[in-house]
Design a binder for this molecule. Structure first.
Ligand code: FDP
Length: 308
């Protein structure tokens, strides 16, 4: 007998407000998905704080999540990759959770009609700066692919839900658990091999050892792939032009690190656990090596040990 996301959260004795908040995010993802299928994907004529052109869809997804989260009465403040500053919830609507999110990750893939996603980290806090990813009480990703799916953790395992024919999220996989050893690899920022010889050696190691390439260009489908195949490794190192890489600690790397660690994997910046890095700036970036434990450890060694 299939069970709904709401019942799954209730059965796991997740806090009442957190349960409603997660369900609210899931329902809003349905609106975003609908907009993707029917909406105008032209440029909005605005840009975000990183100077990237925003698609109308980025703007719309951000607006939808902000409105719905504010109206939920469960949030204290919001931070989004598409907003320059923290958004404080008005006093009369305030709850107890800080929600950080990337409303539309993989925006460069929208026009090519490839899978994209949304990413959420949830903290019991009324502020964001100074938090570490370890303090998240939950994180989740939504995958807008051929089907609408989500993977969530409330620090009690990692579970997948699929939208069913009547529009309800149904639990499809419980307690996802990563093998220590990867068979697939997803090498992001491959352009870095031109200056980072250690990264070139790492990628060569995986190729020479017959790993299978599974790289989509979107962090959400790539991490989703690792979780569902229960093995794999994703990398996005820095290089001379971007020493910290491209991916954001708060909106992308910390929520992904919580999901992957909860599934028994590992996530570091090459030296330090992602979940131990304190957020100093909303737009902070970090290199990331994430996935099956043995391969992340190998990446740390090959990127930083002099012996290699
Ligand atoms: P995008 O710019 O299309 O939104 O941080 C966002 C991200 O995609 C990730 O989803 C993806 O893994 C990465 O950037 C791809 O970066 P490159 O520009 O280096 O290809």
């Amino acid at each position: 007998m299939p069970i709904s996301l709401d019942k799954h959260l209730r059965d796991s004795a997740v806090d009442h407000d957190l349960r409603h908040l997660i369900v609210k995010i899931a329902v809003t993802a349905k609106y975003v998905h609908h907009a993707m299928q029917t909406g105008d994907l032209g440029l909005a004529g605005t840009s975000n704080m990183y100077g990237e052109a925003q698609l109308a869809l980025d703007v719309l997804a951000n607006q939808l999540f902000v409105k719905e989260l504010e109206d939920s009465h469960y949030a204290t403040c919001l931070a989004s990759e598409e907003m320059e500053e923290e958004h404080t919830i008005p006093h009369e609507k305030r709850g107890k959770y800080a929600v950080v999110f990337d409303p539309l990750d993989g925006s460069s893939l929208v026009d090519a009609n490839l899978a994209i996603g949304s990413i959420f980290g949830i903290y019991e806090s009324d502020d964001i700066i100074g938090l570490k990813g370890d303090q998240q009480v939950a994180s989740l990703i939504v995958v807008y692919g051929p089907r609408l799916t989500l993977i969530y953790t409330t620090k009690n395992g990692v579970h997948e839900c699929i939208l069913n024919a009547v529009g309800e999220f149904i639990v499809s996989r419980e307690n996802i658990s990563l093998d220590k050893k990867a068979k697939n690899f997803a090498p992001g920022n491959l352009r870095a091999v031109s200056s980072e010889k250690k990264y070139a050696a790492l990628v060569n190691y995986w190729m020479n050892n017959h790993y299978t390439l599974r790289y989509s260009g979107g962090m959400v489908p790539d991490i989703n792939h690792i979780l569902l195949k229960e093995q794999g490794v994703f990398t996005y190192p820095g290089y001379e032009k971007l020493p910290e890489g491209k991916l954001r600690l708060l909106y992308e790397c910390a929520p992904m690190a919580l999901l992957v660690e909860q599934a028994g994997g590992r996530a570091t910046d090459g030296k330090k656990r992602i979940l131990d890095i304190a957020v100093e700036r909303l737009d902070q970036r970090t290199p990331i090596f994430i996935g099956s434990e043995d391969d992340v450890i190998l990446a740390e060694k090959m990127m930083h040990d002099e012996a290699y």
